[in-house]
Write a protein that binds this ligand. Structure first.
Ligand code: COI
Length: 358
């Protein structure tokens, strides 16, 4: 739904006087905190008094060293984007889905779920207060990062006695350094798993994201954009990429791993499934073997940060020796052309091993 770009919401009008920041070059936005927006939202929860808070200038949080989140990691987060529509209004994409996911994550980590109205008010008022940080249409977005943190102090293992809901924002561009339209190279990870059955892989917990760094950094050094994880039980099925969900396309059928507790229920994932079905594709939420992926016509990833990214190549090293079996996939094909008919997809000539099959 379109929101007015300069609405007057109680509590935020006095903050909404910013002019376009002079130091931002909208044509050179990356995905980072170079352009953090000046206002954030912070509410605290105490048993008995519930949630209380509002907008304040962006700045450090003051935490005791004994804060639960610093010791035991009681923390979930969300990622959302505010963008300008063709009419110049500011639009958010399905924020109610993020509200519901944060509530589910809060339950999983024994935190008080912020009511959806509070979550939405926090996000909308942060967005309105920082409206001048929403890039012009087509130049990027205002990435909004809601956090739910166990900020109260505790020493023995247990839930925090108090919590904070924080929403901050930054003007961002494409997630991958190569830009939104360049297909990414992925590698299948063989040593580590992202999540195990019965764990919390289906939760947007902060703790799911740092364990991937060790392999992600190594993959980046080797020239890959990110890593694809296999299931922890059989090492056979695709799970997800460190930063996003994954889809494989063969003919008119699109497959993506099912929501069985180990992968993140992505909002973009859900939306792409709906859109693909409307476009006439057969979409299966089912186990996808890595062998099937190597044989797919095309592969793409979805996520709030990555949007929809074409995969240019997928590498699967079948042994720990240096034998590399690259198989290129058509990264830019039918599906993406139909989803984004106006985009001009660059054509990549060959993959890492020269075996481009597009
Ligand atoms: C997002 O897609 O918004 C995320 O939170 C993923 C993160 C790794 C950037």
């Amino acid at each position: 739904k379109e929101q007015q770009s300069t609405p007057s919401t109680s509590g935020s009008e006095h903050l909404n006087s910013g002019t376009t920041p002079a130091n931002i070059n909208w044509d050179e936005l990356g995905f980072g905190i170079d352009h953090t927006a000046p206002y954030m939202y912070r509410a605290t929860y105490h048993p008995g008094s519930g949630w209380e808070g509002g907008l304040e200038p962006y700045g450090p949080l003051q935490l005791d060293p004994s804060a639960q989140v610093l010791n035991y990691g009681q923390s979930v987060f969300e990622g959302m984007k505010a963008q300008r529509s063709a009419k110049g209004n500011i639009v958010l994409f399905r924020p109610d889905e993020n509200a519901a996911r944060m509530m589910a994550g809060a339950d999983r980590l024994s935190m008080p779920p912020p009511p959806p109205e509070l979550f939405l008010d926090a996000v909308l008022s942060t967005c309105r207060a920082n409206a001048h940080y929403v890039p012009p249409q087509g130049k990027g977005s205002l990435y909004m990062r809601p956090l739910l943190l166990g900020t109260g102090s505790i020493l023995g293992l247990g839930p925090a006695p108090s919590y904070s809901l924080v929403v901050y924002a930054a003007a961002v561009g494409a997630y991958f350094k190569t830009g939104q339209l360049t297909p990414i190279d992925l590698i299948v990870e063989e040593r580590f798993h992202r999540a195990a059955p019965g764990g919390m892989g289906g939760t947007k917990a902060a703790g799911n994201y740092s364990p991937v760094l060790v392999v992600q950094l190594a993959a980046k050094q080797a020239g890959y954009a990110d890593v694809v994880y296999l299931d922890a039980k059989t090492d056979t099925y695709l799970e997800e990429v460190s930063s996003c969900n994954i889809f494989v396309v063969k003919g008119n059928t699109i497959k993506t791993p099912p929501l069985a507790g180990t992968i993140l229920p992505g909002v973009t994932r859900k939306s792409v499934i709906q859109l693909a079905r409307q476009l006439g594709y057969e979409v299966e939420e089912t186990n996808v073997t890595v062998t099937e992926a190597m044989d797919a016509d095309e592969i793409f990833t979805t996520g709030t940060a990555v949007v929809v990214s074409a995969v240019g190549s997928l590498t699967h090293r079948v042994s720990t020796t240096s034998s590399i079996h690259d198989k290129s996939q058509r990264g830019l094909c039918d599906f993406l052309d139909r989803v984004c008919p106006l985009a001009t997809w660059p054509v990549k000539q060959q993959s890492r091993d020269g075996g481009w099959v597009c």
